[in-house]
Design a protein around this ligand. Structure first.
Ligand SMILES: Cc1cc2nc3c(=O)[nH]c(=O)nc-3n(C[C@H](O)[C@H](O)[C@H](O)COP(=O)(O)O)c2cc1C
Length: 184
């Protein structure tokens, strides 16, 4: 069975992480979730869901401060990690190898073990610091995927916009899905 590590940070766009978790659950893919304290806050501010309900979408969840969790070790084998959304703070931590919480540590381990890491980096506009951090990680093979919607399919709802990005991110992890329309 596939195992995917999911991080949700306090950048705007908690809905992306939630869409990813819902799809993994619907496919029976094992998800291992870490949410930062600021993710709990943005979920309350941006969605109608209680963070406790979001946690229940995952197969397993871990406190962000739990450095003894399985995800903190390279010996925990998985099929990739996604951070959706990924704040500029967490991006900076990963780019510097500063494992200050379990999200940054799990990402650090994912990179060192040569596994797939997809970051839905969310900020605008982007400063040279943000761009340098993204470039540094892209050169290590990390997929930098700012959640920028395409409008050529004329999305009619926020859900369609969110699912388009979540679906493409899942496809980058090798998880096929029909969350978004393909250009024919
Ligand atoms: C409503 C809200 C929206 C935010 N949006 C962003 C954002 O889009 N990008 C970002 O980098 N930080 C954003 N922040 C700030 C982060 O939450 C803050 O930097 C936090 O320390 C990130 O920590 P974390 O990466 O551990 O979750 C936002 C904060 C709030 C309250």
């Amino acid at each position: 069975m596939m195992k995917i590590v999911v991080g949700i940070t306090g950048a705007s766009g908690a809905a992306y992480g939630i869409a990813v978790l819902k799809h993994l659950k619907s496919c029976g893919i094992e998800s291992h979730l870490v949410m930062s304290p600021w993710a709990h806050r943005t979920i309350v501010l941006e969605t109608d869901l209680d963070p406790a309900r979001v946690v229940k979408l995952a197969s397993c969840n871990y406190p962000a401060e739990d450095m003894a969790a399985p995800l903190a070790s390279g010996s925990f084998s998985h099929n990739g990690m996604i951070i959706a959304p990924c704040s500029m703070k967490t991006l900076a931590a990963i780019a510097c190898g500063y494992s200050g919480n379990l999200i940054a540590r799990a990402a650090d381990v994912t990179i060192k073990e040569g596994r797939r890491l997809v970051l839905l980096t969310r900020e605008t506009p982007l400063s040279p610091i943000h761009l340098e951090n993204m470039l540094k990680l892209a050169r290590c093979g990390v997929v930098i995927m700012p959640p920028v919607p395409a409008l050529y399919h004329r999305p009619a709802t926020v859900e369609e916009v969110v699912n388009q990005t979540a679906g493409r991110a899942l496809a980058l992890l090798g998880i096929q899905n029909d969350l978004y329309p393909r250009w024919k």
